[in-house]
Design a protein. Structure first.
Length: 163
């Protein structure tokens, strides 16, 4: 009993230590709306991107995507300070519209979110990115329909602080 408790405590310390040791970034994305995003890297090839957004400045929502950095072994060649990366990912999105427009009041949306982008990481802890985060899914108010607005509001310019 005592050995299994010590083993569980060691395992918990290792898991927490490895999660804290991974690079992270927090910042904003601006486009046809605004996002506050948090990125958590899992090694050099994967990251989780979590964002709270104001789609078209008329609602509130959230997106979570799992992204692959430089997928297919296609890193951007760069010989100077800083680094270029590109990424693509998939996840989910949901939220509500109608905060400022009573005609859209209580309109909800949910669906599959994509993420394609390119970023430049400076030699100091700053990152600039250009992203496209489309959402394909359903939306509804009095009925349910296809969400077409989610295909266009996801083009953003991002600025993040790396820590």
């Amino acid at each position: 009993m005592k050995k299994s408790l010590i083993l569980a405590a060691i395992l918990a310390v290792v898991c927490v230590g490895s999660a804290v040791a991974q690079p992270r970034a927090i910042g904003v994305n601006l486009g046809w709306g605004a996002d506050v995003s948090y990125q958590h890297s899992f090694g050099e090839a994967n990251m989780l991107d979590v964002s709270v957004n104001l789609p078209q400045f008329a609602g509130i929502g959230a997106k979570v995507t799992y992204d692959w950095i430089n997928p297919f072994g296609t890193a951007v060649p760069w010989e100077y300070q800083g680094a270029w990366n590109w990424y693509l990912g998939v996840g989910g999105s949901g939220g509500v519209y109608g905060l400022l427009n009573s005609a859209l009041a209580n309109t909800w949306y949910a669906g599959v979110a994509g993420h394609v982008g390119i970023e430049y990481q400076f030699w100091f802890p700053l990152q600039l990115s250009l992203d496209w985060r489309p959402t394909i899914g359903v939306a509804g108010n009095n009925g349910v329909g296809f969400n077409t607005g989610g295909l266009y509001d996801g083009i953003t310019l991002g600025v993040r602080y790396l820590f």
